[in-house]
Design a protein around this ligand. Structure first.
Ligand SMILES: NC(=O)c1ccc[n+]([C@@H]2O[C@H](COP(=O)([O-])OP(=O)(O)OC[C@H]3O[C@@H](n4cnc5c(N)ncnc54)[C@H](OP(=O)(O)O)[C@@H]3O)[C@@H](O)[C@H]2O)c1
Length: 311
C-alpha cells in the first residue's frame, strides 16, 4: 500500500436533514485506508446529477430508500488520481481514474476530496481526456449501456426496428442515442425543439411529439405511463426509476434500470468519449464550496451539460 496523505481528515458534502440545497453541509470526516481490492482516490472532479437533487431534497429518504443515522453522502460519479492502493491492486500512485458509486443508502459520496472504492469499479482515464469531462461519464454512460442490455439488439438489425429515446438531449438520452445505433436500432430522440441540432448531431432522427407504436422506448425523460403508451403491442419499455417501472400491458415488457458499477465497460465509454464518438458536455465548473449554488441552478431545469464540482 502507498499513500501521499499527511492529513487525517478530508472534506465532503452531506445532508443530515435533507430539505434541498440549503441543507447541504460540508463536513470533515476521517481518512479511510483502502482494504484488499480497494483504492483511495483523490477526487479532482465530481458531477452534479438529478439523483443528487433527489437525495438532498429528501425524495429518496421519503421513499424509504435511505436510512442513515447521521448523514447521507452526495454524489455518484467522479474522476481523480490514485492516492493509495490496498493489497492486490495493481494501479500506480497518481494514475488518472474515473468511477461510479451506486446505491442511495450510504454515508459517503463522490462530492468529497477523497473516496475509497473497489478497484473493479473504476477505469483509467485516457491521457487526452480531461478529468473534468471524465467525471461526467460514469453514471449516465453506464446507465445508457445497461438500459440497452435490457432492451437488447434490434430484432431487425438491417433496418426497421424503431427505438424512441425520450429526453434525448439529456445526459442518459445523449449516450443512448449513440450507443443504441451500435445495436442496430433505428433511433428517434424525443426532446425540446431547441435541442434538435444536438439530437440530430448524434445521428438520430428527432421529434418533439411522438406517435405510438415504437418497437422499444427508453424513457430517460421519466414519462413513465405516457412513455409506455408509446410502445407497440409486445414491445419493450425501459424506464429510469429503479423498482418503479410502469405496469406492463398489451404484452409489453416493462422494466427499469438500476445502474451498477462496471469498470471494464466504463473504460470503453471513456475511450469513446476521448475520441469524440460520445457526447462530452460540461456546463460549468464550480468549487465544492458552491455545491448549493450548483444544485439550485440544476433545479431550475433547462441546463444542458453537467455542473462539475472540484473538491
Ligand atoms: N435508474 C438509474 O439507475 C438511473 C441512472 C441515471 C439516471 N437516472 C435518471 O434518469 C433521468 C435522466 O437523467 P439525466 O441525467 O439524463 O437528466 P437530464 O440531463 O436532466 O436529461 C433529461 C432530459 O429530458 C428532457 N425532458 C424532460 N421531459 C421531457 C419531455 N416531456 N419531452 C422532451 N424532453 C423532456 C429534459 O429537458 P428539460 O431540461 O428542458 O426539462 C432533459 O433534456 C433522471 O430522472 C435520473 O435521475 C436513473
Amino acid at each position: 500500500m502507498s499513500t501521499d496523505l499527511n492529513t487525517a481528515t478530508f472534506r465532503t458534502a452531506v445532508v443530515r436533514e435533507p430539505s434541498g440545497p440549503d441543507s447541504i453541509e460540508i463536513i470533515d470526516v476521517p481518512v479511510v485506508e483502502p482494504g484488499p481490492g480497494e483504492v483511495r482516490v483523490r477526487v479532482a472532479a465530481t458531477a452534479v446529477n438529478p439523483v443528487d437533487l433527489g437525495v438532498a431534497g429528501g425524495f429518496f429518504h421519503s421513499m424509504g430508500l435511505i436510512d442513515q443515522p447521521e448523514h447521507t453522502g452526495l454524489g455518484w460519479e467522479f474522476a481523480g488520481t490514485v492516492a493509495a492502493t490496498g493489497p492486490g491492486v495493481d494501479l500506480l500512485f497518481g494514475a488518472r481514474v474515473a468511477g461510479l458509486v451506486a446505491g442511495f443508502d450510504r454515508d459517503f459520496g463522490t462530492y468529497a476530496e477523497q473516496l475509497v472504492v473497489p478497484a473493479a469499479d473504476i477505469a483509467l482515464v485516457p491521457d487526452r481526456l480531461d478529468l473534468t469531462v471524465a467525471s461526467t461519464v460514469p453514471l449516465n454512460g453506464l446507465t445508457a449501456a445497461q438500459i440497452l442490455d435490457l432492451i437488447g439488439d434490434a430484432p431487425a438489425p438491417s433496418g426497421g426496428s424503431r427505438l424512441l429515446v425520450t429526453g434525448a438531449a439529456g445526459a442518459v438520452g445523449g449516450y443512448l442515442a449513440v450507443l443504441a445505433q451500435d445495436r442496430g436500432w433505428q433511433l428517434t430522440g424525443l426532446a425540446r425543439a431547441e435541442d434538435e441540432e444536438f439530437v440530430r448531431g448524434l445521428g438520430a432522427d428527432f421529434a418533439t411529439q411522438a406517435e405510438p407504436r415504437w418497437d422499444a422506448v427508453a424513457d430517460a425523460a421519466v414519462l413513465q405511463e405516457k412513455g409506455l403508451a408509446l410502445v407497440a403491442d409486445g414491445g419493450i419499455f425501459v424506464g429510469v426509476r429503479p423498482g418503479a417501472a410502469p405496469p406492463a400491458e398489451r404484452g409489453i415488457t416493462s422494466q427499469a434500470v438500476e445502474v451498477h458499477p462496471d469498470g471494464a465497460r466504463l473504460g470503453e465509454l471513456l475511450t469513446r468519449t476521448a475520441s469524440g464518438e460520445l457526447p462530452a458536455r460540461v456546463h460549468a465548473v464550480l468549487p465544492l464550496d458552491q455545491v448549493a449554488d450548483a444544485h439550485r441552478a440544476v433545479a431550475k431545469g433547462g441546463v444542458r451539460g453537467r455542473y462539475v464540482l472540484t473538491p
